[in-house]
Design a protein around this ligand. Sequence first.
Ligand SMILES: Cc1cc2nc3c(=O)[nH]c(=O)nc-3n(C[C@H](O)[C@H](O)[C@H](O)COP(=O)(O)OP(=O)(O)OC[C@H]3O[C@@H](n4cnc5c(N)ncnc54)[C@H](O)[C@@H]3O)c2cc1C
Length: 473
Amino acid sequence: MKEAVKIRELCSAERAANFNEVVLGYNEQEALEEAKRCLQCKNPVCIKGCPVGINIKKFIGEVAKKDYKAAYCTLKDKNDFPSICGRVCPAEYQCRKACVLTKKDSPFASEQAINIHFLERFAGDFGNEKKVDVVAAHDGTVGDKKVAVVGSGPAGICCAGELARQGVKVTVFESLHKTGGVLRYGIPPFRLPRTVLDFEINCLEKLGVKIITNFIIGKTKSLNDLFAEGYSAIFLGLGAGIPSFLGVEGENLCNIYSANEFLTRVNLMQAYKFPEYHTPVNIGKHVVVIGGGNTAMDAARVALRLQKMNGIKPNTTIFYRRTEVEMPARRLEIEHAKEEGVKFEFLVQPIAFSGDKNGCVQKLRSLRCKLGEPDSSGRRRPVPIEHSEFEVECDGAIIALGLQANTILTNAVPELKVDKYKDIIVNPETMETSIKGVYAGGDIVGGEGTVIEAMGMAKKASRAIVNYLKACN
Ligand SMILES: Cc1cc2nc3c(=O)[nH]c(=O)nc-3n(C[C@H](O)[C@H](O)[C@H](O)COP(=O)(O)OP(=O)(O)OC[C@H]3O[C@@H](n4cnc5c(N)ncnc54)[C@H](O)[C@@H]3O)c2cc1C
């Protein structure tokens, strides 16, 4: 079996102090070589590993035959944004893990597994560059119905696109001044260039989707206002925008950020161009990032870049309470973080921050841990070791412990049923909520997930909405 074709990347020195895309992708020759490694299994189990069931075998076969347009159409049949997912999907836990070339019982994909995500990116970029048109013909039976989509993250924009292609008049309401949700304010441009995201948003607008930013549903207008204005149905893609904290002493000292605030300041408000842009971040000499997911990796890599851009000797350390194997972050991001110089402290549990006389964080005290029995997530529980306390210099900290439901709208609408985590409860077949004609999907349903999962739910909701609209006629 041939070795997997390596992906071209900027070398770590080239990524030092900028936000340029790190992964450069496959060129045609590389994509062909990788596609030809695919065994074209009789029973393609990789498809079961994809949350939206892309016909992976088919699209890779089409790449291998140089029919890139067909590959793009096969991808688009199930996934509206292959260029985005090819860049951000945690394929090593999904399709690549299911690939027969992954060793049995491996916690994530083996290196030999087909690089499905890089091939998806190749075909996705091809389709976008060549402006391949895959607008589905619709039968016009939804009439001139209007649907409101709340939130412009992957769930919202996916639902909007699907509905617009069915001839529905869609308006997207977004509370921030820019569209994209986490794709813009969370994931840094060195992982997802804004040109890729903007292209997809422009396509939506070309389909006739109207986008209104700086508009909070639940504050500026209620759901009832939208119905009164003639929207026949509403889709809620509100996301999980509320950060979790450690709850330890000193956590409210200056220069301790939630990862959400830190990344939003940098990615959305362009803090790295301060003073040209007006939202700064104070970047310290000893930055500690607490967490082990994608958010932690993004925050650490951004912090390190800011240290370099500000002439500070890079010193950013990730504190994680389990070991590297249990880290939920994409393996590629962990590798990139290491290559760029991010340091890691595994099996540590922060217990208190202390500050200077100005109220700025100065030190972080932690305990060492060992792994105990598996918890409800199936991962081994970290158990603090007695008398193992230690202290490190820390003049900047970023808490990246996960996100919870955005409650602005759900608090304002008591009839909208939520669970104990404040996630919206839906009928899993249709994604309809407790309010007739109101549907939901993405992280606001079932908690923090992935881009492709959010899109999968949005697609399901859009199908149910179209049926609902037809039934209303
Ligand atoms: C830093 C970070 C990195 C990540 N990296 C990855 C990755 O590499 N791969 C991956 O698959 N997943 C990743 N994820 C997870 C992924 O981004 C989310 O699962 C996905 O964005 C969820 O999509 P969504 O549309 O449900 O919500 P969001 O992307 O959160 O979008 C929700 C949008 O709704 C808007 N909104 C909320 N309430 C209202 C209201 N009342 N009125 C109007 N607008 C409103 C918000 O402003 C926001 O723009 C990452 C998450 C974070 C935070």
